[in-house]
Design a protein around this ligand. Structure first.
Ligand code: ADP
Length: 445
């Protein structure tokens, strides 16, 4: 019965290292997104703006010229290939560059231009003639801090007088020294020590405080507290800026403690839809049959690139092996790989070097590989209790609004339990998933 199978899954689920860790931290996911992202995400939603002073005019810019940036910075912006401000930058930049400085809480999904925005704000505000820290930026991890540091270096390429230092564990400074760099970027613990215990930084001289990835930050024990303690050392007129990709209640509460009297900007995620997707399922009895069905599909239709999702690392590894034996160029993505390795695999796949990407469920969460037109659920997405994971299903095969190309999704069903899950997914989205007979494949092309 399906209940028995379900409990079997639950037991199997506990055998840990076969499965990619669900909590596989937010920081790793965020880093992965940064490593693979090379342009802005499309978003057709309107930004919502809540002004601190509703009577003050709301500026929004359509070009970088309107911001009257220092020429060196404008050169940096164009050097990065930016032609015009992103949606969130249109309002966030004038607010951050206003005189007197305004505080800001901004939320939008990753890839919408937040980092570029606050980097530009920091670079605009520093006085390169003053040889002491004027901007602090805290990030949840060393790797994320490095990524932001790279953006500062690229955007500040033509402004070499401005210097940058990393406040990260392992970067040991001599007791009693004073930093001369204008921008300090680092993790909360070290930043706090450098401001407080070691006094490498005089917090009273800080003009801009940036807290990036607030949602990732609060997921780590202690970071919230450390950030608040840093914030309390800063002068009252210091500009406080906070960014987050998501905005749950806990993030919001934290944000309000970090940023007094904030302006608030929000950009909703683009909704995903199944409307432009043809969904099918294939009935099989075993993993081997599923593989055979997959081969039949490959034999019958031309698949430029496909992503194939499996439940466990073991299945993913096995399937990748079988597919290679069949002569496919296969890329395998799984959770035991380092973030950088994963990014490299995704990059190669995006460049078309491999035509098939086999991956575990968890590993590929939050990754968008836009051009993939065929998605195969070798195993259906389920949560840890064995219930259908509708959100993951949608994210995997759904397309965003008008930008989405048409797509094809094929679900492999191999038991009563997975049939039941498929039915529940179908009901949830009120969208028919058609049966596909892999011995007679004329219909899908
Ligand atoms: P976020 O911090 O919201 O994740 P980023 O600032 O990292 O977003 O921007 C996402 C990607 O888009 C990066 O590759 C960045 O270089 C690029 N980008 C940012 N702003 C612009 C812009 N105005 N025009 C073109 N590309 C941009």
């Amino acid at each position: 019965s399906s209940a028995a199978v379900k409990s079997e899954v639950a037991v199997e689920e506990k055998g840990t290292d076969e499965y990619d860790n669900d909590k596989d931290d937010k920081a790793a996911q965020s880093l992965l997104n940064k490593l693979i992202r090379n342009n802005l995400v499309n978003n057709t939603n309107q930004v919502e703006v809540l002004q601190r002073d509703p009577n003050s005019p709301l500026y929004s810019v359509k070009s970088f010229e309107e911001l009257r940036l220092k020429p060196q910075l404008l050169q940096g912006v164009y050097g990065l290939g930016f032609n015009r401000p992103s949606k969130i930058q249109e309002t966030a930049l004038p607010m951050m560059l206003a005189e007197p400085p305004q505080n800001l809480i901004a939320q939008s999904q990753s890839g919408t231009g937040k980092t570029a925005a606050f980097v530009l704000a920091m670079l605009s505000h520093v006085d390169p003639n003053k040889r002491y820290p004027q901007c602090l930026c805290v990030s949840p991890t060393y790797e994320l801090a490095l990524q932001t540091g790279k953006v500062i270096e690229l955007m500040g390429k033509h402004y070499p007088e401005v210097r940058l230092v990393y406040a990260i564990r392992g970067n040991k400074l001599q007791r009693g020294m004073k930093l001369e760099e204008q921008i300090v970027i680092g993790t909360p613990g070290t930043m706090l020590d450098w401001c407080g215990k070691f006094k490498f930084i005089d917090p009273k001289k800080i003009m801009v405080f940036v807290l990036d990835e607030a949602d990732v930050m609060i997921a780590t024990q202690g970071h919230q507290d450390q950030s608040i303690r840093i914030q309390r050392m800063l002068p009252k007129n210091c500009q406080m800026l906070l960014f987050s990709a998501t905005f749950e209640e806990t993030v919001w509460n934290f944000a309000q403690r970090i940023v007094p009297e904030p302006n608030i900007i929000k950009l909703k995620r683009e909704e995903e839809t199944l409307d432009t997707i043809k969904q099918y399922y294939v009935l099989c009895n075993s993993r081997e049959e599923k593989f055979q069905a997959l081969c039949n599909i490959y034999g019958a239709i031309t698949i430029a690139q496909a992503m194939i999702f499996c439940h466990t690392r073991k299945t993913a590894g096995w399937l990748a092996g079988e597919l290679s034996r069949e002569g496919h160029q296969v890329a395998l993505l799984s959770g035991e790989m380092q973030v950088e390795q994963r990014a490299a695999v995704i990059d190669r796949f995006r460049d078309g070097k491999e035509k098939v990407l086999v991956t575990t469920n968890v590993c590929a969460r939050g990754i968008d590989v836009e051009q993939v037109s065929v998605v195969i659920n070798f195993d259906l997405p389920v949560d840890k209790d064995g219930n259908p994971d509708n959100e993951t299903y949608l994210h995997r095969i759904g397309r965003t609004g008008r930008f989405g190309k048409r797509g094809l999704a094929i679900n492999m069903v191999d038991s009563k339990m997975s049939m039941n899950i498929l039915n529940r997914i179908q009901e949830h989205f009120s969208k028919k998933i058609e049966r596909l007979d892999t011995d007679d494949l004329d219909e899908i092309e």
